[in-house]
Design a protein around this ligand. Structure first.
Ligand code: NAP
Ligand code: ZN
Ligand code: ZN
Length: 350
C-alpha cells in the first residue's frame, strides 16, 4: 500500500512535523478510509508532550477522524465505498470480555487498541492517528456519519461529542436538571449543546469572561465566571450534576461545594497534576465524584444519530495542517472557538 502522509511528534519537546507512515492493506473485515478532517483534542496535546508519561514516539495524534470509505475488505458488510464514516479514540479491543460484550469497549478489561500511542491487536505494531491522509480500521470500530452532518463539524463528535454524551446518558440527565459545565473548550461546548438538547438548564463555569456570549448562544442559560471567588458562595448547593472538562488543575473542593445533596461531579479532564481533594465537600452533603471515559461503539453511533436528529454539530475553526503547532498553543491558552479541525487536503497537497 502507498506510503501515507502524516504529521508526527518526534519527541515531547519539538513541534509536530511531516512524517510518513505505512498503513496495512485492508484485510477481510477492514475498511480503508480517506481522511478528510481530523479534530484537535486536548488529549492530543497532553500525549504529544508526554504530559501523562505514557507516550511513545514518533507519535501521530488524532482520534476525531471523519472521511469517506475508499476500499473495503471482502467480508465487510456494514460499509461500502463512498460512505461517510468516522473513527474515534480506539480501533480495536479484545471483543470477548464482559465490557466488550456489553458494548463498553472503552473499558475493555484485556487489551484495547487506542487510535494512536498504542498498539494494534498484535500487541506490537504501533497505532498512528488521524493527522494523516488514510487509515485502515476493522469495520466493527467504524461509525456511520449521518448525511445531514457536515464532515468537518462532525469530526470532533468522535471524541468531544461521545465523551460528554455518555455521562449525560449514564446519569440520566433530564428536562429541568441544573447541569454545570466546567470549562468551555472542545468538550465543554459539546456538553452545553447536548445537555441543552436533553432539556437541562445549563450553566457554564468558565475562567474566560469573553466566552459569555458564546456560552449563551450555544444553549447555556447562565454563565458563571469562576475567577470571581464570590460565585463559590453564591452557587453553593445549587447544581444537580456537574461535568468537569477543565484540562488544567482546578481547586476541585470549591467546585464540589456547588453540588446539591447526593449529586455528582463527573471528571472528564485529565490535568497533568493530580487534584487535591479534601473529604469535607464529599461527606458534608453526600456528594459523589466520578469519572467517565469516551464511550462505546454502540453509544457513539447513538450520539451521532442524536446529533443528526437535533441538528447538533461542533463549532470549529478549520486549519491547514501546517498551523497545527500554533493551534496547540492557542488551545492551551483556552483560545479555541471551540475545536480546531485539520483540513486533511492540506496534508495531501503538502
Ligand atoms: P480544551 O478545548 O482545551 O478545553 C479545556 C477548557 O478547560 C479550556 O478552554 C478552559 O475553559 C478550561 N480550563 C483549562 N485550564 C483550566 C484551569 N486551570 N482551570 C479552570 N479551567 C481551565 O480541551 P478539551 O479537548 O475539551 O479537553 C478537556 C480535557 O478533557 C483534557 O484534559 C482532555 O485530555 C480530556 N479528555 C478526556 C476524555 C475522557 O474520555 N475523559 C476525552 C477527551 C478529552 P475556560 O476558558 O472556559 O475556563
Ligand atoms: Zn479526545
Ligand atoms: Zn474487552
Amino acid at each position: 500500500m502507498p506510503t501515507t502522509h502524516a504529521y508526527a511528534a518526534m519527541n515531547a519537546k519539538d513541534p509536530l512535523k511531516p512524517f510518513q507512515i505505512e498503513r496495512r492493506e485492508p484485510g477481510v473485515h477492514d475498511v480503508e478510509i480517506d481522511i478528510h478532517f481530523c479534530g484537535v483534542c486536548h488529549s492530543d496535546i497532553h500525549q504529544a508532550r508526554n504530559e501523562w508519561g505514557q507516550s511513545t514516539f514518533p507519535l501521530v495524534p488524532g482520534h476525531e477522524i471523519a472521511g469517506k470509505v475508499s476500499r473495503v475488505g471482502s467480508g465487510v458488510t456494514k460499509f461500502k465505498v463512498g460512505d461517510s464514516v468516522g473513527v474515534g479514540c480506539f480501533v480495536d479491543s479484545c471483543r470477548h470480555c464482559d465490557m466488550c460484550q456489553e458494548n463498553l469497549q472503552q473499558y475493555c478489561s484485556n487489551q484495547i487498541s487506542f487510535t494512536y500511542n498504542s498498539t494494534e491487536k498484535d500487541g506490537k505494531t504501533p497505532t498512528f492517528g488521524g493527522y494523516s491522509t488514510k487509515i485502515v480500521v476493522d469495520e466493527n470500530y467504524v461509525l456511520h456519519i449521518p448525511a445531514s452532518l457536515p464532515l468537518d463539524k462532525a469530526a470532533p463528535l468522535l471524541c468531544a461529542g461521545i465523551t460528554t454524551y455518555s455521562p449525560l446518558r449514564h446519569w440520566k440527565i433530564k428536562k429541568g436538571d441544573k447541569v454545570a459545565v466546567v470549562g468551555l473548550g472542545g468538550l465543554g461546548h459539546m456538553a452545553v449543546k447536548l445537555a441543552a438538547a436533553m432539556g437541562a438548564e445549563v450553566s457554564v463555569l468558565s475562567t474566560s469572561e469573553n466566552k459569555k456570549a458564546d456560552a449563551l448562544r450555544l444553549g447555556a442559560s447562565h454563565f458563571i465566571n469562576t475567577k470571581d471567588p464570590k460565585v463559590f458562595k453564591q452557587y453553593a448547593n445549587h447544581f444537580d450534576f456537574m461535568i468537569n472538562t477543565a484540562s488544567g488543575n482546578i481547586q476541585i473542593d470549591h467546585y464540589l461545594n456547588l453540588l446539591k445533596y447526593d449529586s455528582t461531579m463527573v471528571v472528564l479532564g485529565v490535568p497533568e497534576e493530580p487534584y487535591q481533594l479534601g473529604a469535607f465537600p464529599l461527606i458534608g452533603n453526600r456528594r459523589h465524584i466520578a469519572g467517565s471515559h469516551i464511550g462505546g461503539i454502540k453509544e457513539t453511533q447513538e450520539m451521532l444519530d442524536f446529533c443528526a436528529t437535533h441538528n447538533i454539530a461542533c463549532d470549529i475553526e478549520l486549519i491547514p495542517i501546517n498551523k497545527i503547532n500554533e493551534a496547540y498553543e492557542r488551545t492551551i491558552k483556552g483560545d479555541v472557538r471551540y475545536r480546531f479541525v485539520i483540513d486533511m487536503s492540506s496534508l495531501k497537497n503538502s
